[in-house]
Design a binder for this molecule. Structure first.
Ligand code: ACO
Length: 425
């Protein structure tokens, strides 16, 4: 989809992203989403207005969040006649939310809508095992005290053992970091190159904050005004001292706390519309979403878990008659420094491009000076479902400030998928 009416990006906002168990430990997805949507409503003067749709998502979600998109909309200041939907594609969630809104706009179903996402790694749903859950339901249904007590016949204390949401892939039992460590070994990605990319991300983000780039993109929340993950004073020498975080035994582990995204809380959202709606409401169009694509890899049988963007991008380029070099900016989500470097190396590899991607020649090298120029997830942090909207808001503003250009957005996700898009002004 998206090839219908042009889909305009009018802008976005986010709250500062915060390390797990810090400033947002007691807020949860709904609180973060409401603050973010409320700020977007404020920024674009949307009080009381009815939009076509709000699509929000969260990866780690409480049942009490209910339909997060609708619940957050109801507290955002928008008209209660604005519908809301909740969706989820792991780390690609809010880019997918924006594509969903964009497709509705392109198809002529709505004139304007919001896409975004939120994630908490602090206020996570911790549940009891199935046996105790069944007992509790049975007890709740019991009409008499005797019935209720009967539900606990044979109860054992071990049933109280809590179950935490896992960060491991259900099919492999390995964490994202374990999978990315495998990828780094397969593609011979050195520790130094990972640390260099991580330090550069922090320095670029700090510089962007210092020159005021984020002044209208990041709204303070809970007394925080900048991502508390950002370390402007980090250095390659400091990162070199950190121990491997995932492969701790082989002596060949290269992923550390410094070149991996930390567990993060945060939320972000963007406003999309038709060109006509933007003009009628007095808003500048920052850029358009030209196209988008998703792909998946068979990580269960050996492909790199986070390599799906390498497949999605050439499919999207071919459809649009573009080469990998036809971009002024590249926003590649930094799940791990190694994942970005594996992706770039794969696109440069003649063997991979021919045998895996079915291309005649490698996609080639990109200009590193155009990559994540305002920092990315290694420095901002990565609240899974918020990252896509953070990236689109950042890239749209950068394109507007430059007065034109084209940006490739690329996000890898858990479950071996990739979501990519082209932004253009
Ligand atoms: C598709 C996707 O996006 S997949 C990605 C999904 N996300 C994930 O999987 C999250 C991955 N990350 C993690 O699991 C965790 O952050 C880990 C395991 C990497 C690290 O966890 P922790 O060990 O708790 O990290 P912690 O924040 O304590 O940092 C460890 C040390 O490194 C130091 N450190 C971390 N980053 C930096 C930095 N940039 N500069 C200097 N020092 C740093 C810390 O100060 C700390 O030092 P200390 O031990 O002296 O206090």
């Amino acid at each position: 989809m998206l090839h219908g009416r042009p889909v305009a990006v009018l802008g976005g906002v986010r709250i500062p992203f915060c390390r797990q168990n810090t400033a947002y430990a007691d807020v949860g997805n709904l609180g973060m989403s409401v603050r973010t949507l409320g700020a977007l409503v404020e920024k674009f003067g949307l009080h009381g207005q009815q939009l076509g749709e709000v699509a929000m998502g969260a990866v780690i979600k409480h049942p009490s969040d209910w339909n997060l998109g609708r619940e957050a909309t109801l507290s955002s200041g928008l008209s209660p006649l604005t519908p809301g939907i909740t969706l989820q594609r792991a780390c690609g969630t809010s880019l997918d939310a924006l594509i969903t809104i964009g497709n509705k706009i392109a198809a002529g179903q709505i004139e304007a809508g919001i896409g975004g996402g939120s994630d908490t790694t602090s206020d996570v749903p911790i549940v009891y095992g199935q046996k105790l859950r069944r007992r509790l339901l049975e007890a709740a249904r019991g009409k008499t005290t005797r019935d209720k007590l009967a539900a606990f016949k044979g109860f054992h204390l071990r049933e109280l053992k809590p179950e935490f949401p896992g960060v491991a892939e259900p099919r492999t039992g390995k964490s994202m970091g374990d999978h990315c460590e495998d990828m780094a070994k397969e593609w011979n990605i050195s520790r130094d190159s990972q640390d260099e990319l991580a330090v550069a991300s922090h320095h670029k983000l700090a510089a962007a904050y210092d020159r005021g780039f984020f002044d209208d993109l990041v709204v303070s929340f809970r007394g925080v005004s900048r991502d508390n993950i950002l370390r402007a004073d980090t250095s390659i020498e400091k990162l070199a001292t950190l121990k491997p975080a995932f492969d701790k035994v082989s002596g060949r582990g290269t992923l550390t706390a410094g070149n991996s995204t930390p567990l993060t809380d945060g939320a972000a959202a963007c406003l999309l519309s038709t060109d006509e709606w933007a003009a009628a409401h007095g808003h500048e169009v920052l850029c358009h979403i030209r196209d988008a694509q998703t792909a998946a890899v068979d990580f269960v049988h050996g492909e790199g878990l986070l390599m799906a963007p390498t497949v999605a991008v050439p499919e999207m380029l071919a459809r649009n008659g573009l080469t990998l070099q036809d971009f002024d900016l590249y926003e590649i989500h930094e799940a791990f420094a190694a994942q970005v470097l594996c992706t770039l190396r794969a696109w440069e590899s003649e063997d991979y491009c021919k045998t895996r991607l079915g291309l005649d020649a490698p996609l080639g090298r990109i200009d590193p000076a155009k990559l994540n120029i305002n920092g990315s997830s290694l420095a901002t942090g990565h609240p899974f479902a918020a990252t896509g909207a953070r990236i689109v808001a950042t890239a749209a503003k950068e394109l507007q400030q430059r007065g034109g250009g084209r940006c490739l957005v690329s996000i890898c996700t858990a479950g071996g998928m990739g979501v990519v898009a082209i932004l253009e002004r």
